[in-house]
Design a protein around this ligand. Structure first.
Ligand code: PEP
Ligand code: MG
Length: 582
């Protein structure tokens, strides 16, 4: 049966493929695909853990004190039976062997299937066994924790089924990922696979999962609320990343229409590719720097391929995530930064110090253990300043990498002058540590992200300390409008064109230009072609965005006369309803 699910359009384009489901279990686990030669070991890993848990439960049962209520023994019995149940074991094996899911993913996927069957049962007793099932799976997962398998390439293509649409080989092989939520660390794992698109139940337009999806340049829809419940494994799905719609089990006519739109999109990309070597200069001769946002050193290749003039934002926190809390040391970070610097072949690289917290957790901390308001908590520079030794380790690694090419250093979420002084003192300390050691180092330019309203308001004073500022519009909008950027329930209020946001952006650009300091925008606003003319009119000459957005923004720049936008841009910022003038 065909049906449509609506969400938020976060990464443009059309994707058509079979659904791969990442289940919505409350158990938060890593998801990645196995190499063929890892499959056997993964099955052993689950079996060993399951057997160990059975032994553990039996031991518990044997050691139950006499006065323990009889229900307790019966409950442990139920748990042992669930663990021995063929449906669990064979289902998990199927996901590992046929889909090449890692063991944790396979377990939670099978848990979801059995839980669904239980919850549809008439018998109340059986319906209530879902909680027991979750508990035993949780026990197995706990047992397996720490025994991780490496990340790997795509899963095998499911075989054709009767009634499948007739598509080219490439189209028939396409898969789309449907999940309740994906952590940024999961997204990095999936980056190395070949999903044609993403759908998630939760998330806002600038949640970090959406940002990574955009950086992959594949269609994505987030905030659908229930897609992971409604879509089933292997369903045919169309993701319309322009409209924010997901069509499940489409009839041939709809498939043909979207196939046509997909080809149109590919043609548009080919047309834009012709601009690759054209310098980004406005009609009136203003040079504009188009820079790339990257998450990993390896992304430098995509940045170069898109014709970026450098990296305007290297989100270094992705080196810190999904490592079970074990932080990368100085040498490991240094190597990673060097790879980015070398990858950019002499073009500048702006490395932002670690920005964890909020929707970028370091580890898979259980939801209940996280701060109630993580976006307002110990995040970004606050986290770094709270652990000076860890922070200095990162600063030393960046300073050393700066000896290998042009590096700029960027601090996230600066909000107060005292924080700036504390930060710069630690930078001095890190420099001195390297000098004492005789280690070669560079002298990066130093900048601050302007992403808290307080920083935007104080920018005149704050600029005294910095060579440049970079406006993080994603957070600036979140904090100015008090809208959690990751919460789909308030996503309709997340408004880049809110007059308060525009005024702060305009003031920061004007103040930095007046002081002769560098200023760029590195939030999602920079890659939005609907905002290009306005930002040019406000005096912005440096934009940092996903590599995939660079050519479309360049096209806008080539068509714009910057001087003639100035008065209009002023009117837009002063308007009560700026959107009506855009
Ligand atoms: C921003 O806030 O606009 C930004 C670029 O940083 P991040 O999206 O990583 O928070
Ligand atoms: Mg930010």
């Amino acid at each position: 049966m065909t049906f449509a699910i609506h969400g938020l359009a976060v990464a443009r384009g059309i994707a058509i493929g079979r659904a791969v489901l990442v289940t919505s279990s409350r158990l938060d686990v890593a998801h990645y695909f196995l190499q063929p030669d890892q499959v056997a070991a993964e099955i052993v890993r689950v079996r060993t853990s399951r057997n160990a848990v059975i032994e553990e439960l039996k031991r518990l049962q044997a050691e139950l004190p006499r006065e323990a209520p009889p229900e307790l023994g019966a409950l442990l019995d139920v748990h042992v039976q669930l663990l021995q149940d063929e449906a669990l074991v064979s289902g998990v094996k199927h996901f590992i062997v046929d889909q090449r899911y890692n063991a944790e993913w396979a377990l939670t996927a099978q848990l979801e299937i059995i839980a669904r069957q239980f919850s549809e049962m008439e018998d109340e007793y059986l319906r209530e066994r879902v909680a027991d099932l979750e508990q035993v799976v949780e026990r197995i997962l706990r047992h397996m924790k720490g025994v991780a398998s490496p990340v790997s390439p795509p899963p095998p293509v499911p075989s054709r089924r009767a009634g499948d649409p007739v598509l080219s080989e490439a189209a028939a092989a396409a898969r789309v990922l449907v999940a309740h939520d994906l952590s940024p660390a999961d997204m990095l794992h999936f980056k190395q696979s070949v999903f044609a698109g993403f759908v998630t139940d939760v998330g806002g337009k600038t949640s970090h999962t959406a940002i990574v999806a955009r950086s992959l340049d594949i269609p994505a829809v987030v905030g659908t609320r229930s897609a992971s419940q409604l879509v089933r494994q292997d369903d045919w799905v169309i993701i319309d990343g322009d409209a924010g719609v997901v069509i499940v089990d489409p009839p041939p006519m709809i498939l043909a229409e979207y196939g046509f739109r997909q080809r149109q999109g590919a043609l548009e990309c080919e047309r834009l590719a012709r601009l690759l070597h054209t310098p980004a200069i406005t009609l009136d001769g203003e040079k504009v720097a188009l820079l790339a946002n990257i998450e990993q050193p390896e992304d430098a290749a995509a940045a170069l391929k898109a014709g970026a003039a450098g990296v305007g934002l290297f989100r270094s926190e992705f080196l810190f995530m999904g490592r079970e809390g074990r932080l990368p040391g100085e040498e490991e970070q240094y190597q990673a930064y060097c790879r980015a610097v070398e990858g950019m072949q002499g073009l500048p690289v702006t490395i932002r110090t670690v920005d964890v917290g909020a929707d970028k957790p370091l580890d898979r901390t259980p939801k209940e253990a996280t701060h109630l308001n993580p976006a307002l908590g110990l995040r970004a520079i606050r986290w770094s300043l709270a652990d000076p030794a860890m922070f200095r380790t990162q600063l030393r690694a960046i300073l050393r990498a700066a000896a290998h090419g042009p590096v700029d250093l960027l601090f996230p979420m600066i909000g107060a002058a005292s924080e700036i002084r504390h930060t710069l003192a630690l930078l001095d300390h890190a420099r001195a540590e390297l000098d004492n050691r005789g280690a070669p180092r560079g002298e990066p330019r130093v900048g601050a992200m302007i992403e808290i309203p307080a920083a935007a308001i104080m920018v005149r004073q704050f600029l005294r300390y910095f060579d440049f500022v970079s406006i993080g519009t994603n957070d600036l909008i979140q904090y100015t409008l008090a809208i959690d950027r990751a919460d789909e329930a308030v996503a309709h209020l997340y408004d880049p064109l809110h007059p308060a946001v525009l005024r702060l952006v305009a003031d920061v650009i004007a103040e930095a230009n007046a002081q002769g300091k560098g200023v760029s925008v590195c939030g999602e606003m920079a890659g939005d072609t609907a905002m290009t003319r306005l930002l040019l009119g406000l005096g912005l000459r440096s934009f940092s965005m996903h590599p995939a957005q660079i050519l479309a923004v360049k096209q806008e720049i080539l068509r714009t006369d910057a001087a003639s936008q100035v008065a209009w841009a002023r009117d837009v910022v002063a308007a009560e309803d700026p959107a009506s003038l855009i």
